[in-house]
Write a protein that binds this ligand. Structure first.
Ligand code: PMP
Length: 441
C-alpha cells in the first residue's frame, strides 16, 4: 500500500533504508551498487561525512532565510566558489532548487535580457530534437523529446527544434566529422533565418546528452561552430549541464572540453550530490549588467532560492570535487568503464554503440548490430534491462525514445566519482548479465 503517486504506478518499489559509498540497501537487506548515481546525481556516493557535517553546522546557525530579506554567507561562498572554478566568462550565479527550475530561470533570463537591451521582438527558443531539459512546462517545451511532450503538446509554448549531434546514427558514411558538424551548424543557421535573423532569443543544448540518449557527446568542433552561428545573429547560447556538469564528464564543467564560452549554463544534480535539492544558473557579466543597468530586477523568483542548507551541502560538494586528483580519478575510472564495456559487450549482437566521457557512459541496444535496426518499442527492452539489473543488485538508468522516427533503447551509467576499479568491474559484470537476459529470445 502506498499513498504516493509514484511515477510508475504499478511498480512495486523496494524501500531504500540506508546508503554507504556506492551502495544502497533496501528494507529486505538487499544491496544495490549505484551504477547510475540515481539519475546522475550522487557524485560523491552516499553517506559522505563531510557533506553531512557541513549541512549540520549550517542547520545549527540558520536553516532558512528568505532571499528578499537576506543573503547568507554560505550562499555567497558557494557562488564565489562556482565562479572561481567555472570557465572564464561565467561571473554570476542564480541559485535554484533543481534542474528544471534552472532551465526555466535561464530561459526567462535570456528573454528578459533582450527586453532590457531594447530587443523585445526576440521571442523564439531553439533546441534539439530528443533533448531533455526538464519537466516543468517551459523546460518541457524547450526539450525535444517527443514521448515526454506528447500529451502536453497543446499547452506547451512554441519552441523550435533542430537535429541533435548524434554521430552513431546521423553522420553519413561518406561524411567527415568536420563536414557533419558543419551540416548541423548550417541547419541551426537556416532555422534562425527562417524564424527571423533578429527574432531568436537562445539556442539550448546539453554538451553531452544524458536523459534521452544515454551519454552522447557532440563531435569535436560542433559547439565551436554553433557558437559562431549564435554570435552571427546575436543569439544567446544556453548550455544545459544539469546532468553532464559538476565533474560528471571528467571536468567540472562539461563545456570546458568543447572550448566554447556559453552565455548561460544550468547546473543541478551533482551540485548537491543528492544531499540537498539544488541547482543554479551561471551567467555572463554581459547579462548581469543588462539587469543591473536596466530595470535592476530579474523578474523571477522561488521561495527556496539560495536555501542555506542546500547551499552548505553544495558548497562542500563542490569543494570536494575541486580537490587535486578528483577529476583525474573520474577520467581514469571512466576509461576503465569504457574499456571494460568494450571488452565485455563490444561484440554482443545487441550492443550497437558504447560511448560517453568520464563517468558518463551510454550503451545503445539494437536488434541487429550491423544494420543498426532498433528493437520493437513494444518490447520495452530498456525497461527489461532495468528490471534484470535490479534483480542482480545493480542500479542503471535505462531509457527508450524515438528520434526522427527511429526508436532507441539506451542504458546510462553514471556511478559516483568515489568508485574503485573492482566496483567498476562489478557494474560491468552485472550489466552484461542483465543485457543478456533482457535481450534473450
Ligand atoms: N536538464 C537536463 C539535461 C536533465 O538531465 C534534467 C534531469 N534529468 C533536467 C534538466 C531537469 O532536472 P530536474 O529533474 O532536477 O528538474
Amino acid at each position: 500500500m502506498t499513498r504516493i503517486l509514484h511515477r510508475s504506478i504499478a511498480a512495486a518499489l523496494p524501500h531504500a533504508v540506508s546508503g554507504q559509498g556506492v551502495y544502497i540497501q533496501d528494507a529486505e537487506g538487499r544491496r544495490y551498487i549505484d551504477g547510475s548515481g540515481g539519475a546522475a546525481v550522487s557524485c560523491l556516493g552516499h553517506g559522505n561525512p563531510e557533506v553531512l557535517e557541513a549541512m549540520r553546522v549550517q542547520m545549527d546557525h540558520i536553516a532558512y532565510a528568505h532571499t528578499s530579506f537576506f543573503t547568507t554567507d554560505v550562499a555567497e561562498r558557494l557562488a564565489e566558489r562556482l565562479v572561481r572554478l567555472a570557465p572564464e566568462g561565467l561571473d554570476y550565479v542564480y541559485p535554484v532548487s533543481g534542474g528544471s527550475e534552472a532551465v526555466e530561470a535561464a530561459l526567462k533570463m535570456a528573454r528578459q535580457y533582450f527586453v532590457e537591451i531594447g530587443q523585445p521582438q526576440r521571442r523564439h527558443i531553439i533546441a534539439r530534437r530528443q533533448s531533455y531539459h526538464g519537466n516543468t512546462i517551459g523546460a518541457l517545451a524547450a526539450g525535444g523529446n517527443a514521448w515526454r511532450r506528447a500529451q502536453f503538446q497543446p499547452i506547451l509554448p512554441e519552441t523550435h527544434h533542430v537535429s541533435p549531434c548524434y554521430a552513431y546514427r546521423d553522420q553519413r558514411p561518406d561524411e567527415t566529422t568536420d563536414a557533419y558538424a558543419q551540416r548541423l551548424a548550417a541547419e541551426l543557421e537556416a532555422k534562425i533565418i527562417e524564424l527571423g535573423a533578429d527574432q531568436v532569443i537562445a539556442f539550448v543544448a546539453e554538451p553531452v546528452v544524458g536523459a534521452t540518449m544515454g551519454a552522447v557527446p557532440a563531435v569535436p568542433g560542433y559547439f565551436r561552430l554553433i557558437r559562431e552561428v549564435c554570435d552571427r545573429y546575436g543569439v544567446l547560447l544556453i548550455l544545459d549541464e544539469v546532468m553532464c556538469g559538476m565533474g560528471r564528464t571528467g571536468s567540472l564543467f562539461a563545456c570546458t572540453a568543447e572550448e566554447v564560452r556559453p552565455d548561460l549554463v544550468t547546473i543541478a544534480k551533482g551540485l548537491g550530490g543528492g544531499y540537498q535539492p539544488i541547482g543554479a544558473v551561471m551567467l555572463s557579466e554581459q547579462i548581469y549588467r543588462a539587469f543591473a543597468d536596466g530595470s535592476g530586477l530579474f523578474q523571477h523568483g522561488h521561495t527556496y532560492i539560495g536555501h542555506p542548507v542546500a547551499a552548505a551541502a553544495a558548497d562542500k560538494v563542490v569543494e570536494i570535487l575541486s580537490r587535486p586528483g578528483m577529476m583525474e580519478h573520474v577520467q581514469a575510472m571512466g576509461e576503465r568503464l569504457q574499456a571494460g564495456l568494450d571488452a565485455t559487450l563490444g561484440q554482443s549482437p545487441h550492443v550497437g554503440d558504447i560511448r560517453g566521457r568520464g563517468l558518463f557512459r551510454g550503451i545503445e541496444l539494437v536488434a541487429d548490430k550491423d544494420g543498426k535496426a532498433s528493437f520493437d518499442p513494444a518490447l520495452r527492452i530498456h525497461a527489461r534491462v532495468k528490471k534484470e539489473a535490479m534483480a542482480r543488485g545493480l542500479m542503471c538508468y535505462p531509457m527508450g525514445g524515438t528520434i526522427d522516427g527511429v526508436h532507441g533503447d539506451h542504458v546510462l551509467l553514471a556511478p559516483p566519482y568515489i568508485i574503485q576499479p573492482e566496483e567498476i568491474d562489478q557494474i560491468i559484470d552485472r550489466l552484461a548479465g542483465a543485457i543478456a537476459a533482457a535481450t534473450a529470445g
